[in-house]
Design a protein around this ligand. Structure first.
Ligand SMILES: Nc1nc2c(ncn2[C@@H]2O[C@H](COP(=O)(O)OP(=O)(O)O)[C@@H](O)[C@H]2O)c(=O)[nH]1
Ligand SMILES: [Mg+2]
Length: 362
């Protein structure tokens, strides 16, 4: 993974056909009442935003810390080469391999696509998914060839890897994305260095027209996504950009008028956490109130290791309370009195919204 700045932000890469509206979507995601925030690297645009979390904000208000550190997400508006069907992404493969997930923008407005042909959103989705698969197939075939040559020379250590690669190749050949292959952990380990693009989670963004901000008219695309097991979010990029530029107090009314639950940025971040199976836990104190990201199912020892490797090594226990209780009771002492402060061991499965203090011997 890339690290932009001191923190490990979740990396969401915007991909899609030419003129699908990737840049327009990116502009909406990075817009704020103070203007857009982004940096440029190698032609790509990167925008880092804080993950909105009302629980963390409430904890900040109680503890009044010196530092307030929400989790971060970085959106990347990928500068793609001219879209060439079925040929993968060429020189961008390695760069795309760094993504935690893709947000695949599909044009869902207007009558013609970026190539001047009649718009077919489903075909556009499938074409980009095919590009991801072709990029992987190329890597697989190149590596298979190399291992087979080695085997002929009597070098057999590549055989377990070869077996997994054959499995991957068979899946791609039959039109399945590698993300649906569910390799056992030991097989996954043998191929994880390839950073297969079709193994990454994909969120589909239908970039709709002004008349359809909630994507009611995207029935065919919605069905296609369901069949592929992909989550679909609809947003009208220019409209969302306008709303995001409003003062925070004015946004709610506009969102409501258009039938929108939350701003586009929040909806996308929530969907990304969902599809990547991520949860947040919090640490609180006078110095800092901070959010940390974990995979659902991770235990307290892993959580400790996120904060500092020493805390995982010397782990004694995790003093744990759920955020709503701490927000209600205001102090750890009050939580303890109410019997709500739990002492959890290394193997405790951390829950979304846990406030944790690690006790460790150092
Ligand atoms: N009407 C309409 N036009 C849009 C929308 N989103 C993008 N566009 C236009 O479509 C063109 C391509 O958009 P852009 O974001 O540059 O596409 P990209 O190539 O995927 O980055 C631009 O002229 C945009 O102004 C939309 O939601 N509605
Ligand atoms: Mg663009």
């Amino acid at each position: 993974m890339f690290y932009y700045g001191p923190m490990a932000a979740l990396l969401l890469y915007l991909i899609g056909a030419r003129a699908a509206g990737k840049t327009a979507v990116f502009d909406a995601l990075i817009q704020t009442p103070e203007g857009p925030h982004f940096a440029t690297r190698g032609g790509h645009r990167l925008g880092t935003v804080k993950v909105p979390d009302p629980r963390l904000a409430a904890l900040r208000d109680i503890f009044q810390p010196k530092k307030y550190i929400p989790a971060e997400v970085t959106f990347v508006d990928v500068a793609l080469p001219a879209h060439a069907e079925g040929s993968g992404f060429g020189p961008l493969n390695a760069f795309l391999g760094e993504a935690d997930a893709f947000a695949l923008v599909v044009q869902s407005f207007g009558e013609t696509d970026g190539a001047g042909k009649p718009l077919d959103s489903v075909a556009q989705l499938e074409s980009v998914l095919l590009d991801l698969a072709m990029a992987d197939l190329e890597k697989v075939e190149r590596r298979v060839e190399k291992i087979e040559q080695d085997v002929k020379r009597g070098l057999k250590q590549g055989l377990p890897e070869l077996a997994v690669l054959q499995k991957c190749k068979a899946a791609i050949d039959s039109g399945r994305a590698l993300r649906d292959l569910e390799l056992p952990a030991e097989e996954q380990k043998l191929v994880s260095s390839f950073s297969f693009l079709s193994q990454k989670r994909v969120l589909v963004i239908a970039n709709t027209g002004d008349a359809d901000p909630t994507g009611e008219q995207c029935a065919a695309l919605r069905t296609a996504c369901q069949e592929k097991g992909l989550d679909l979010l609809a947003f009208c990029a220019p409209l969302e950009a306008e709303i995001a530029a409003l003062a925070p107090g004015d946004q709610a009314g506009f969102l409501q008028d258009y039938g929108l639950r939350e701003p586009a940025r929040t909806r996308l971040i929530q969907a990304a956490y969902q599809t990547l199976n991520l949860i947040s836990f919090f640490t609180v104190g006078e110095d800092e109130v901070r959010a940390w990201t974990l995979r659902r199912g991770d235990n307290a020892e892993t959580a400790a290791g996120k904060i500092h490797t020493d805390l995982a090594r010397g782990f004694i226990r995790a003093e744990t309370v759920d955020a709503p209780t701490l927000i209600e009771k205001k102090t750890h002492a009050a939580c303890r009195e109410a019997g709500k402060l739990r002492l959890e061991g290394k193997g405790y499965i951390v829950q979304d919204g846990d406030v944790i203090e690690i006790r460790a011997s150092t």
